[in-house]
Design a protein around this ligand. Structure first.
Ligand code: IPD
Ligand code: CA
Ligand code: CA
Ligand code: CA
Length: 262
């Protein structure tokens, strides 16, 4: 039997160590490169932080599998066994340009079921985490169970990609939603936006293209806080592929889905 309590304690220690290394990096120069396009940034700290987690996991949990954004983990094609899904720095553009609004994100899945989720806001020292069936916390304070929010009182995290024409979606529906809600926000870190849905700072987060490492930790935390995480059509996320993601307070999820997304 997997000892989830022991893993939980260990991951939290690793996250604190990794966070301290990232904060130290503010005092040194970064090596910054582009990946798929000039705005798709990666730094030495993204790679080093991923390596830090991978080498610890390989030492202490050698039979676990690892998916990491920077590709230093395993080539994972199924969620059989225990799989760690890691985004070493979610919000790299913010990390480079703002030194804030970025997070370490980790989700640990067992045969496809999310067991442990972590999102660490490194600069604000805010650790959001959840254990399947036990609840969600921020720095050891339990997150309040999310309550239904009326759409006109909701604050929705949504990115500017919605403003430009796209083949995935009828923008007019999103414009109607943006007019109806109390406010919209865009933080540039999917993981933090999910943590904010879990803690009620946002009522919803809607995005077109997220990779598993962007939402693996957040999905577990939002669900344990009583929220709902799905694709934009309400179906289940595929944990091994790019997905459009819709995370939301209960009640509001159904309403936005029916009236603005379908
Ligand atoms: C990105 C951020 C961003 C989201 C992108 C992600 P990264 O992650 O979460 O908010 O809009 O889709 O790729 O590359 O900074 O880890
Ligand atoms: Ca990236
Ligand atoms: Ca990411
Ligand atoms: Ca990343």
């Amino acid at each position: 039997m997997t000892n989830w309590t022991a893993i939980d304690e260990t991951v939290k220690q690793w996250i604190q160590e990794a966070g301290a290394l990232i904060r130290d990096s503010f005092y040194h120069s970064l090596s910054i490169q582009s990946k798929s396009n000039p705005n798709d940034l990666v730094t030495n700290m993204d790679k080093e932080t991923e390596r830090f987690f991978i080498s610890n996991i390989r030492t202490y949990y050698p039979d676990h599998f690892i998916i990491g954004e920077e590709g230093q983990g395993d080539f994972v094609q199924t969620l059989d066994g225990v799989v760690w899904i890691i985004d070493p720095i979610d919000g790299t553009m913010n990390f480079v340009h703002q030194q804030r609004n970025f997070a370490i994100s980790i989700g640990i899945y067992e045969n496809g079921i999310g067991r442990l989720g972590y999102i660490y806001d490194v600069v604000n020292d805010e650790l959001y985490y959840a254990r399947k069936g036990e609840g969600a916390w921020m720095n050891d304070v339990p997150l309040k169970k999310l309550k239904p929010v009326p759409v006109e009182e909701s604050i929705v995290g949504i990115s500017s990609t919605w403003l430009v024409n796209n083949r995935h979606f009828d923008q007019n529906k999103l414009i109607a939603l943006a007019k109806k809600v109390r406010g919209t926000r865009s933080y540039g870190s999917a993981a933090l936006e999910l943590a904010y849905v879990a803690s009620g700072r946002l009522s919803a987060y809607i995005t077109m293209r997220n990779a598993p490492w962007d939402f693996a930790g957040g999905k577990i935390i939002v669900e344990e806080a009583g929220g709902v995480v799905s694709r934009l059509d309400g179906t289940e996320l595929n944990m091994l592929k790019i997905n459009p993601v819709f995370a939301c307070a209960p009640g509001l999820h159904g309403q936005i889905l029916e009236e603005y997304l379908k």
